[in-house]
Ligand binder design. Structure first.
Ligand code: IPE
Ligand code: IPE
Ligand code: MG
Length: 248
């Protein structure tokens, strides 16, 4: 904690929570055991964000591509998600956490979708922490959906075809009104993005750790933040330009 500069924390942290299956395999247990333990890491990272005053946290919980897993695992994941939303509901409300859903609602099992909608609606006016859950989410699918919605608005005369800015296009994404992520953490050691926030990650700092998600707790989260603070975010400029203080 002492190593962190509280004035230079990322505003928006997004996490690809990977490695649950391997964590369980190392213990000769079923992969689902790893997913269950991963829920404790979620609770801990949420707690850290509240303590540090990080206002936006986004978690990748189920990708569009995860449907291709064995049916028993997919069923267990939906079961766990539903149980998690139910068990955390009171805590989310009492801590004034706003929950958002990023992803396609269409093929989410009805019991899970109902729980998700309930949490999203009940917390809609809170703003202490915006916790976005990427569930049934895919970055390319999100961009295509936005393009289709935009085309529909053009056809209906609500938008102009030659005046599309980055800001306006961003409003068609699931992440409407969310700032772009400053830091993307991937646990489990894979050097890939796996279809997560493709549009939004343009200038995010990427932090990849071999630590498996169920082992990712407060010390590991603080280390990721410390590494973020060692980075120089240039946004296309030169180092010298960033160091030059302009007197006007
Ligand atoms: C991430 O852990 C959780 C989800 C994708 C839902 P994995 O289940 O992918 O774990 P590994 O990568 O197989 O270890
Ligand atoms: C990414 O993990 C998706 C989530 C964490 C929800 P995966 O384990 O599905 O990613 P790949 O398949 O290794 O790229
Ligand atoms: Mg994985």
């Amino acid at each position: 904690m002492h190593r962190l500069d509280l004035n230079r924390l990322p505003r928006h942290v997004s996490i690809i929570m990977d490695g649950n299956g391997r964590w369980a395999n190392l213990r000769l247990a079923n992969r689902v055991f790893g997913h269950n333990e991963g829920a404790n890491s979620v609770r801990e990272v949420v707690k850290c964000c509240l303590e540090l005053g990080i206002p936006y946290l986004t978690l990748y919980a189920f990708s569009k591509e995860n449907w291709q897993r064995p049916e028993s695992e997919v069923t267990a994941l939906w079961h766990l998600l539903r149980r998690f939303l139910k068990s955390e509901f009171a805590d989310l409300v009492s801590r004034r956490i706003r929950v958002r859903h990023l992803g396609d609602p269409d093929d989410i099992p009805m019991e899970v979708l109902n729980e998700l909608r309930h949490v999203v609606e009940a917390t809609a006016d809170f703003d202490r922490l915006v916790l976005s859950l990427a569930i049934n989410y895919g970055g390319r699918q999100e961009i295509l959906r936005a393009a289709r919605k935009y085309a529909g608005d053009v056809l209906a005369g609500r938008a102009e075809s030659d005046a599309l800015s980055q800001e306006e296009f961003s409003r068609y994404l699931f992440t409407t009104d969310l700032p772009d992520p400053d830091l993307i953490i991937r646990t489990g050691g894979e050097y890939r993005v796996s279809n997560f926030l493709l549009w939004q990650l343009a200038y995010a700092e990427l932090y990849i750790t071999a630590t498996l998600w169920p082992d990712f707790r407060e010390p590991q989260f603080h280390e990721a933040l410390a590494e973020f603070q060692r980075r120089e975010r240039r946004f296309g400029k030169t180092s010298d330009q960033l160091r030059t203080v302009s007197f006007t």
